[in-house]
Design a binder for this molecule. Structure first.
Ligand SMILES: [Zn+2]
Length: 238
């Protein structure tokens, strides 16, 4: 556990439940995860402290939190949705991955498209939503990955403060590691960033695309074309 912390002034509760307040702080960056190593006790304590500070934030911004029936519980709700939903990948373990023997000796592309992406940008903590398309070229003598695991991997890396570029790379690298003997990995993300649509330039229509291709997707134009054709044939709704 210690590898996630460094000397600083933020709270830390060790595995025995001792409060080392004032000694250490998390040493992870946006896009990284505690990988299930933070104890439930510590997480509960952090959520409680964060709620108190969230209340302070709202008070400083001028809201009468204690007397507003709509906002009274907002610090609690906001931190809960952040820690347990939108950014839960910060704490969770990598989903359990099931591989199957490639009994038919399939050596083509395995594609899963329109995977829902729900994330938040590390710069503004504004929501990002969109879709992800992933593919790999199977090795006929090796294994294939359980299909829904592709969705789970995307969701795991998306649910934390992120950069879309980093998210794309992380999904690519995870798949490359998890699919033994693959002959290429392709990941495309199309993301709508609310920090673009709701602030600054306020452009409602733009979307950001990122792509990371390796192996046959990078070296063989026919393979790359097949991947993008598969994306083009998908229903277009986000
Ligand atoms: Zn942003």
């Amino acid at each position: 556990m210690k590898e996630f912390y460094r000397e600083c002034t933020y709270p830390y509760i060790d595995d025995e439940g001792h409060n080392n307040l004032g000694n250490l702080t998390p040493n992870i960056l946006s896009g990284q995860s505690f990988e299930g190593k933070m104890s439930e006790k510590e997480k509960a304590y952090r959520i409680k402290m964060a709620e108190e500070h969230m209340k302070e934030v709202l008070l400083w911004l001028g809201y009468d939190v204690p007397n507003d029936p709509n906002m009274k519980e907002t610090p609690h709700r906001y931190i809960k949705i952040l820690a347990n939903e939108i950014a839960k990948g910060t704490y969770d373990k990598m989903p359990k991955i099931t591989n199957f023997e490639n009994t038919s000796g399939y050596d083509g592309i395995v594609f899963q498209g329109n995977i829902t992406v729900r994330s938040m940008c590390a710069h503004h903590l504004a929501y990002i939503y969109g879709r992800c398309h992933v593919a790999y070229v199977a090795d006929k003598g090796s294994q294939v990955i359980g299909l829904s695991k592709l969705n789970r991997i995307v969701d795991y890396y998306a649910r934390r403060p992120q950069m879309q570029e980093q998210l794309t790379q992380q999904i690519h690298d995870a798949l490359d590691k998890l699919i033994p003997g693959n002959h290429g990995i392709a990941v495309v993300i199309e993301g709508k960033h609310t920090c673009v649509s709701m602030r600054g330039i306020e452009d409602q229509n733009s979307a950001m695309s990122t792509a990371k291709l390796s192996g046959a997707f990078e070296t063989e134009s026919s393979c790359r074309k097949e991947f993008y054709d598969m994306i083009a044939r998908l229903p277009r709704e986000v």
